[in-house]
Write a protein that binds this ligand. Structure first.
Ligand code: BGC
Length: 419
């Protein structure tokens, strides 16, 4: 081998290296893995039969987290993203549960013991029942409750945590819960969607300032506070004016509006990108809904798909990283993953997306790390347990974990810090 620099190489067979200190890991979210999150809005909707699939004990990660983290360590992960469940910490308004705080203290301590950097999400789609009964995210007057929870958690864990994700995928939350009506509270109001989105943006900005203030007071090194934004690759099916206009609008409203807002208020230390797929824009109607949501229903641009039918389009990740350069903050791939029964496809998905991340880095993007969704198979919201996103498979009959081949391959990449 002729040798390689950190990014490029002079020999076709040599490895594409990632920058020193690159973070490799996988993510989970409380309600999807812990089991028995009985005080949140999802659980309530599941119990009432408003949702088809109950999360039940999910992966019992609440009890088995140490076993799961040991697997992550064995797979050479040096970071791990998870969420703290607000409804466990504050099951009733104003009553903070010390036992649950101690639970998450043990979770974080376990990660640190294994040399795994915790990346802590504060809101990942679920909210306490009491908060939703008061009006939830629609009501700006209730933001103070989220901020009180954030303050509590940040004060407890400031000395242990560097990376915070305040809110996971605000646009997915507002659109699924308030526009499409598929997630609790199953509303279909454009006005409420807008309110929730802006309320979450404001909540993020304030949480950002609050967390920074706590670190300042304690003279701790400055934390990295960001959001995890779901970005989609909006590509036109045919380059008609209508399609281009629609793609422009979707990019602006869905991908970048929220980020523009929080970045312009200087409340972003890094941008977390959650990337999965392409959205092939093809607008035939004239209604606003057509411009915002219509996609190509024919099959003349076929791509391989995941088990939910989402197109696999790795180049989209590169394009979105490059488009995000304008924010002038580091990028963190906080989610990228595939549900599939074909584990070879999983590894090829991961490898191809890593190649695109590498390509962006080689062209000057600053990317802190790559977090695969998900460490373990889990509860895929309204789709239940059928989609298999995990690097580690779960047998839901006995909670047995099985490390997949793709996980071993990603472990090799993490070990080599390259592909
Ligand atoms: C969410 C996860 C979800 C994953 C796969 C992301 O939108 O943050 O909670 O499981 O995508 O759909």
């Amino acid at each position: 081998m002729l040798g390689f620099s950190f990014l490029g190489c002079y020999n076709v067979s040599c490895m594409k290296k990632f920058p020193q200190g690159f973070l490799w890991g996988a993510a989970t979210a409380a309600h999807q893995v812990e089991g028995k999150n009985i005080h949140n809005d999802w659980w309530k909707a599941e119990e009432e039969g408003v949702l088809k699939f109950p999360s039940g004990e999910a992966c019992n990660h609440y009890e088995l987290y140490a076993e799961d983290f040991a697997l992550a360590r064995r797979l050479n992960h040096n970071c791990h993203r998870f969420s703290v469940e607000w409804s466990r910490i504050e099951p009733e308004e104003g009553r903070f549960c010390e036992e649950e705080i101690e639970h998450y203290r043990r979770v974080i301590a376990e990660l640190k013991k294994l040399g795994i950097e915790p990346v802590v999400t504060l809101h990942h789609f679920t909210s306490p029942v009491w908060f939703m009964q008061k009006g939830g995210w629609v009501n700006p007057g209730l933001r103070k409750y989220f901020l009180r929870f954030v303050e509590k958690i940040a004060r407890e864990f400031a000395s242990q945590v560097k990376f915070w994700v305040t809110i996971n995928e605000p646009m997915v939350y507002s659109s699924h819960s308030y526009l499409l009506g598929v997630w609790p509270p199953k509303e279909t109001s454009l006005l409420k969607t807008a309110k929730v989105t802006f309320n979450m943006a404001e909540a993020h900005v304030r949480a950002y300032r609050l967390i920074h203030e706590i670190y300042r007071q304690r003279s701790l090194p400055s934390p990295m506070v960001g959001i995890a934004a779901n970005l989609q690759a909006f590509e036109v099916c045919r380059p008609t004016l209508k399609n281009r206009l629609a793609a422009f609008l979707r990019n602006k409203l869905y991908n970048f509006l929220f980020i523009d807002e929080v970045r312009s208020r200087k409340a972003l230390d890094y941008l977390g990108i959650n990337y999965y797929s392409r959205n092939l824009v093809d607008v035939t109607g004239w209604r606003i809904g057509d411009f915002l949501a219509q996609t190509c229903s024919r099959d003349h641009h076929p791509l391989p798909k995941n088990s939910l039918g989402w197109d696999i389009y790795p180049e989209g990740l590169y394009k979105l990283i490059m488009a995000s350069a304008r924010y002038k903050v580091p990028i963190f791939i906080t989610e990228n993953g595939i549900c599939t029964e074909d584990d070879n496809l999983r590894w090829s998905y991961i490898r191809q997306h890593l190649e695109q991340v590498h390509r962006a880095i080689a062209e000057g993007a600053e990317v802190l790390g790559y977090i695969y969704w998900s460490l373990i198979d889990n509860f895929e919201w309204d789709k239940g347990f059928t989609p298999r996103f995990g690097l580690v498979g779960i047998d839901y009959h006995d909670q047995r974990r099985t490390v997949r081949e793709s996980a071993e391959k990603m472990a090799e990449a993490a070990k080599n810090n390259g592909i």
